[in-house]
Design a protein around this ligand. Structure first.
Ligand SMILES: Cc1cc2nc3c(=O)[nH]c(=O)nc-3n(C[C@H](O)[C@H](O)[C@H](O)COP(=O)(O)OP(=O)(O)OC[C@H]3O[C@@H](n4cnc5c(N)ncnc54)[C@H](O)[C@@H]3O)c2cc1C
Length: 314
């Protein structure tokens, strides 16, 4: 019996999980390593305890588009499973995960061998294959390794083993995004559930306007890339009131009382780079994929992960 290649994937965002899912479907043994406690990456869902209940925020990507036929088919598949749906309040062609943005990723992860809370701090190769330095123990050997993490973080891991790939990653710069997750005690007075275009706040959305969400008056508020860059080193407590003020400026009126207002800094929110094929070093069997090779979007991350896997299949 021919044994199937054993592949490690670092990163359980859209790119890594798409790649791992496609490889496993083709019979490969795949293990996914993720530093967070669950899947999603920049499509993750943040939950906050509030009173006796819990409020969920899509605090990364608020929505995604499906521009090409291959990803449209994937989104249709998720929609048939009840994992994604259009979000009309954000305009035509905008989709979200259901009941939360991370739903399609959770579904993919459920079928995979995943190791949560495992930050990979180093990768190396010897005669037996790839070895990973994890949080609690070293992992490996693996026949193949796929790195599916943001460019700035990939550059650090890749530098000792594949300097050329590291240089490519280092050349990519991601725009940061300060985000506020706010719950108000009354409905915000706004005819629109999605607001855009402020000087401080670029985008704000009422979570309840998305399909399958609770009716809580929860809003996700994203600062502009420029404001985020200029205020990158604020603490979360310093950022929260400023983002709230920026939201009121966008509204053009006072917001109701915020019973909860928690800020989050995405240091590497959206890479600024043209799409290019995933990277593959046949000699060492090292692959790299992610949104920074896919044009900086959910769809780009999906395609990069999918193309990475397709390139590894016979
Ligand atoms: C605020 C914000 C708004 C956005 N808006 C949109 C939008 O409107 N439309 C759109 O299409 N896209 C949007 N995006 C971008 C979109 O979310 C990303 O392009 C996409 O989710 C990236 O997927 P990925 O798999 O490439 O990376 P990620 O989602 O970042 O996944 C990488 C994973 O690797 C993990 N990881 C990193 N380093 C390590 C390590 N050393 N060891 C183990 N695990 C590690 C991370 O924890 C993460 O889970 C937005 C993103 C943000 C943050």
């Amino acid at each position: 019996m021919v044994s199937q290649p054993r592949t490690a994937v670092i990163g359980a965002g859209m790119a890594g999980l798409t790649c791992a899912t496609a490889l496993q479907a083709a019979g490969h043994q795949v293990v996914v390593f993720e530093k967070a406690r669950g899947p999603g990456g920049r499509m993750s869902t943040r939950r906050q305890a509030l009173g006796e209940g819990e409020v969920a925020f899509d605090h990364g990507a608020p929505a995604f588009t499906a521009l090409e036929a291959d990803f449209q088919a994937q989104v249709q598949f998720w929609s048939l499973q009840g994992l994604a749906a259009p979000w009309p309040a954000a305009g035509p062609g905008q989709f979200v995960g259901v009941p939360a943005m991370n739903a399609p990723l959770k579904a993919m992860a459920a079928d995979l061998d995943t190791r949560w809370s495992q930050t990979i701090s180093g990768i190396s190769r010897d005669a037996a294959g790839w070895r990973l330095a994890g949080t609690t123990q070293d992992e490996g050997p693996f026949d193949r390794l796929v790195v599916a993490i943001p460019a700035e973080q990939a550059a650090v891991l890749l530098a000792p083993v594949q300097p050329k790939f590291a240089d490519l990653a280092r050349a990519v710069h991601s725009a940061p995004c300060w985000t506020l997750m706010a719950v108000f005690d009354q409905p915000v007075q706004s005819a629109e559930a999605v607001l855009t275009g402020g000087e401080v706040v670029a985008f704000a959305s009422r979570e309840a306007s998305k399909p399958g969400r609770a009716a809580t008056e929860a809003w996700v508020i994203h600062a502009t890339p420029d404001w985020s860059r200029d205020h990158l080193e604020l603490t979360v407590d310093e950022a929260a009131p400023r983002l709230l003020a920026g939201f009121e400026a966008l509204l053009g009126s006072s917001a109701p009382l915020a019973v909860s207002a928690v800020a989050h800094r995405w240091r590497y929110a959206r890479p600024l780079a043209a799409p290019r094929p995933p990277l593959w070093d046949a000699a060492s069997r090292l692959g790299v994929c992610g949104d920074w090779l896919g044009g900086g979007s959910v769809e780009g991350a999906w395609r990069s992960g999918f193309e990475m896997a397709a390139g590894l299949l016979p």
